[in-house]
Design a binder for this molecule. Structure first.
Ligand code: HAM
Length: 433
């Protein structure tokens, strides 16, 4: 026998019993995003590799270790020689924002997306190679206000609540402006210079490549060193601190609960000012159910912006991980799977009635009722089992007698009540119920 093929490691099939959960979540998400003025955008699932290198940063794990590059049999000379599956949605949206000149029309573009992302990570619970995000990005000259940061965090929290997730924690921090960030990196390097030799090779590596990663290192010795530095908000300029305080005031005025975590940095290089992460403790090591932050400057870094107009384009966004939300809901004992329901299942007495059943099913569907049948006219018992599996509300039984009289026996599957009716009456009766 031929060997059975399986899905690639770190991916999963979303089966029909789970799909209604996904659809509900997506529709609640869309509803909330629309309330906040966001409009959907769909970008390709693969992009030029250079886009991710230039935005997320060459030294980040996502680019350095996890990018899934696409090998094409056919790469024309005028096409990009290197393509990669998108590991996240922000860079592609900034690329689309720039390419389509969205900033020309709009002072503030509010965009959202739902879709699969790809990272070649080592798979484990809550960490997949293909996962799904629902995210929002606010980009434009009008995206600079700290109240937009507060609103963005409130939106992420509101969406999670609307999905039924409870007991999550919101951590926020500020990295300050690009200048603050550069000063902070320099200061960190100076502080750690004499101590780094006592730390692990991994930490030394991070020190060289991206010193911020040491702040949220999982390494115990590294954590102790970082704690001893007592990093509060000292790395922020007065303007940076003022901005961060205004974001906090905004969150307080909206009644959004949060903690300030000075160790919170993000694994992607493009962030400035506010960064945030939403975690759900019951998930173990992969407890981030959503994250985001501000990324002023990325638009210009990717070739956008209008040099004739003063000032940087502002931008902020977040993405929630759908699979992790599902795990959190399961952990809370919430129903994430659903069986199906159809209006009617047509049961036939024998092969002689299959053609009539076929037409009856069609008539039911024309009337807007979901209907199905057993095309091979198996034993009555088997057909009723089939009807129950499909969640049929009614069975329409067609035997010789019924066909002769132009009738059908309608059985209510919940109560067992059964009556004979003309076909039109039968359809009307279940339309009403
Ligand atoms: P991120 O923190 O890399 O940020 O991902 C956001 C969320 O996606 C995570 O909190 C997590 O729930 C989910 N996620 C990430 N990787 C995996 C994985 N391997 N398996 C399952 N779920 C995963 C970003 O992607 C940024 N683009 C967010 C953002 C938007 N920042 C500004 N705008």
């Amino acid at each position: 026998m031929a060997t059975k093929l399986n899905n690639p490691r770190g991916t999963s099939d979303i089966l029909p019993d789970e799909i209604s959960f996904w659809q509900t979540l997506e529709s609640k998400g869309r509803q909330m995003l629309t309330l906040y003025g966001y409009r959907e955008i769909r970008t390709p699932v693969f992009e030029e590799t250079a886009l991710f290198k230039r935005s997320l940063g060459e030294s980040t794990e996502v680019v350095n270790k996890q990018l899934l590059e696409v090998k094409s049999q056919r790469v024309d000379a005028d096409e990009a020689s290197s393509l990669a599956l998108r590991p996240e949605g922000t860079a592609p949206i900034v690329r689309a924002y720039n390419q389509n000149d969205l900033g020309r029309e709009e002072y503030l573009s509010k965009l959202f997306y739902i879709g699969p992302m790809f990272r070649g990570e080592r798979p484990q619970k809550g960490r997949l190679r293909q996962f799904h995000q629902i995210g929002a990005e606010a980009i434009g000259r009008g995206a600079h206000h700290p109240l937009i940061d507060a609103e963005m965090i409130a939106l992420a929290v509101g969406m999670l609540k609307s999905f039924g997730v409870e007991g999550f924690r919101v951590k926020i921090n500020s990295l300050g402006s690009s200048e603050d960030k550069a000063n902070f990196a320099q200061w960190l390097r100076a502080q750690l210079k004499d101590r780094i030799n006592h730390l692990s090779d991994d930490c030394k590596n991070q020190y060289e490549r991206n010193v911020f990663r040491l702040l949220d290192s999982k390494d115990k010795d590294c954590q102790a060193v970082i704690r001893s530095l007592n990093i509060g908000t000292a790395h922020l300029s007065s303007k940076g601190l003022e901005y961060f305080n205004a974001v906090r005031c905004g969150l307080d005025s909206l009644g959004v609960a949060y903690e300030v975590s000075s160790n919170l940095v993000r694994g992607l290089d493009y962030y400035t000012h506010t960064v945030f992460e939403i975690s759900y403790e019951g998930l173990g090591a992969q407890d981030a159910i959503g994250a985001g932050g501000r990324y002023n400057g990325l638009i210009e870094q990717l070739g956008g912006g209008d040099r004739r107009v003063e000032g940087e384009i502002g931008a902020i966004g977040f993405a929630l991980g759908i699979e992790r939300i599902l795990l959190a809901l399961e952990e809370q004992g919430k129903q994430v799977k659903a069986g199906r329901v159809i209006d009617a299942f047509v049961v036939t007495g024998s092969h002689a009635q299959v053609d009539a059943a076929f037409l009856l099913v069609d008539k039911l569907r024309q009337a807007g009722l979901s209907a199905d049948m057993d095309y091979s006219a198996r034993a009555f018992k088997k057909q009723f089992e089939h009807a129950n599996k499909l969640g049929a509300r009614f069975a329409f039984i067609l035997g010789d007698e019924e066909i002769k009289k132009g009738q059908v026996s309608v059985k209510n599957m919940a109560t067992g009540e059964q009556r004979s009716l003309s076909i039109d009456e039968a359809i009307k009766s279940i339309e009403r119920s």
